[in-house]
Design a protein around this ligand. Structure first.
Ligand SMILES: Cc1cc2nc3c(=O)[nH]c(=O)nc-3n(C[C@H](O)[C@H](O)[C@H](O)COP(=O)(O)O)c2cc1C
Length: 259
């Protein structure tokens, strides 16, 4: 279930990772032929060994495997398997070690903002991850219907995404870039070309869009993506492109001539 308030209000989801069986995914991914695109397949499991089994089966269809270490959806008061994995550097490292052994595709460790994410990232990179995903939803958060006086989401609480998440995942991206020398995929409230540029300046070289597509059909989503891309291209016009990724870290030396 997904809850979205008016305008720029936070978006909450408690989908709790619904999915189909690996058999069905093999059928669907086998039938999917992407043209001029790369396919990143997201995997998760209840144990490190299950992560590895799923990654091994999905690897033939994927250009890269994203290991989902950070879904915060849960019953209040309980800790989910995902949460206990994604918040533990040692268990996340073990997940990554087994996934690395099981498949030869580039591996992305998708981090949770609800964790000591730099420690988790360090463990994952040491265990063979090639890139970092910054990051999953925040929370869990709560929304209450003032008419029924009950929590709105079927799962009571849910992960926060969209505009409210952007400053947090932007900070995660910025910190990860300053600590590690690896590609960073960023997600969190990206809806405009300005958001895209901000994340790139923080250190992202690939961007993910989720919430901005909610409620939109294929054509509207494609238009949003095109507008975003065209805005970035216009911004880049005349700029030295290679300098954009992480440029916010390379502040010019202070001008001391007037000191
Ligand atoms: C409805 C919904 C479903 C999601 N499902 C997944 C998922 O299955 N696996 C995952 O790694 N992240 C999942 N996410 C998190 C997004 O991939 C993304 O990391 C996060 O929402 C921040 O980006 P956004 O603000 O553009 O949505 C989901 C987010 C939403 C809103």
């Amino acid at each position: 279930m997904v809850y979205s308030g008016e305008g720029d209000a936070p978006v909450l989801n408690s989908l709790a990772l619904p999915t189909q069986s690996p058999d069905d995914w093999e059928k669907d991914l086998g039938a999917l032929r992407l043209q001029r695109s790369r396919l990143i397949v997201s995997v998760y499991g209840g144990t490190p060994a299950e992560f590895a089994r799923v990654a091994e089966r999905m690897a033939p269809f994927a250009d890269a495997i994203e290991v989902n270490l950070g879904c915060p959806n849960k019953v209040p008061g309980e800790q989910t398997i995902m949460e206990s994995i994604g918040q533990s550097p040692s268990i996340s490292g073990e997940v990554m070690r087994l996934v690395r052994a099981a498949c030869g595709k580039p591996l992305i460790a998708k981090l949770s903002p609800n964790s000591d994410y730099l420690a988790v990232a360090e463990a994952c990179l040491a265990a063979g991850a090639d890139a970092l995903g910054c990051g999953n939803t925040l929370g869990p958060g709560l929304a209450i219907d003032i008419t029924t006086r009950k929590p709105i989401l079927a799962g009571t609480t849910g992960g926060i995404s969209g505009p409210a998440l952007k400053p947090i995942n932007l900070r995660m991206t910025y910190e990860a870039y300053s600590r590690f020398q690896c590609p960073i995929i960023a997600y969190g409230g990206i809806a405009t070309w300005q958001d895209a540029v901000e994340y790139t300046l923080a250190g992202a070289c690939v961007l993910g869009i989720g919430t901005a597509f909610l409620g939109k059909g294929t054509r509207e989503s494609a238009e949003l993506t095109r507008a975003l891309w065209e805005g970035v291209v216009a911004y880049l016009d005349g700029l030295p492109f290679p300098d954009l990724v992480g440029a916010a870290h390379r502040l010019p030396a202070p001008d001391l001539t007037h000191a």
